[in-house]
Write a protein of this length. Structure first.
Length: 94
């Protein structure tokens, strides 16, 4: 398992433990449109998270996050379990 895949898995497990709901890792494929790494729903609120070990999301990933946000999701690029938990708990990353 690649380092980013391990990070994504640890974030998914932490979010499931902390908030419940449903959290799904999206496995990308070159022929599909750009998608975020994790989607989730807790108590009717939808989340879309791009997971990065380091650095920012790409322009395509940011565009996808913007589409999810326009549809009402809470979105963000996260680099750790702590950032992901903070985003879901407060709607923002400090």
């Amino acid at each position: 398992m690649q380092p980013e895949a391990r990070l994504t898995r640890s974030i998914r497990l932490a979010l499931e433990s902390e908030f419940g709901g449903i959290w799904i890792k999206i496995h990308g494929h070159p022929s599909q449109r750009a998608l975020v790494d994790l989607i989730g729903c807790v108590e009717g609120q939808f989340y879309a998270l791009e997971v990065k070990r380091e650095g920012p999301a790409t322009e395509k990933q940011l565009a996808q996050l913007a589409q999810f946000a326009k549809a009402g999701a809470i979105v963000g690029t996260v680099h750790s379990k702590l950032e992901a938990i903070q985003l879901v708990a407060t709607g923002v990353i400090e």
